[in-house]
Design a protein around this ligand. Sequence first.
Ligand SMILES: [Mg+2]
Length: 120
Amino acid sequence: MISQDDIDAFKRFNDTDYLMNEYQSMAASTAIYKQEHAVIYPALGLAAEAGEVANKVKKIMRDGTFDRKAIADEIGDCLWYIAALCRDLNVDLSMIANENLEKLYSRKQRGKLSGSGDNR
Ligand SMILES: [Mg+2]
């Protein structure tokens, strides 16, 4: 479980923000979809790639094999679409990461990690 110390360390490590935003910028430079398809294209691509992750994981049950590299590659594809979606929404990947950690830590502090609902 993450702690406040972990979050504080993450924030202090400014290079993390730089690297995440640099990745976002570099990933966006490889995007070739039309501007008129902004947001929709990467959102659909993210859903498709998440399905590819699930399909690779599913094969653990079917074949009894675990292809860590193949799953990791699909996670990388998810990351690309997340970066593209962030670019289209004009938000920094690092900001989303930081805000998400703060949300999860707040839930942990209030004993709300389990359960459901966006506004716990
Ligand atoms: Mg893929």
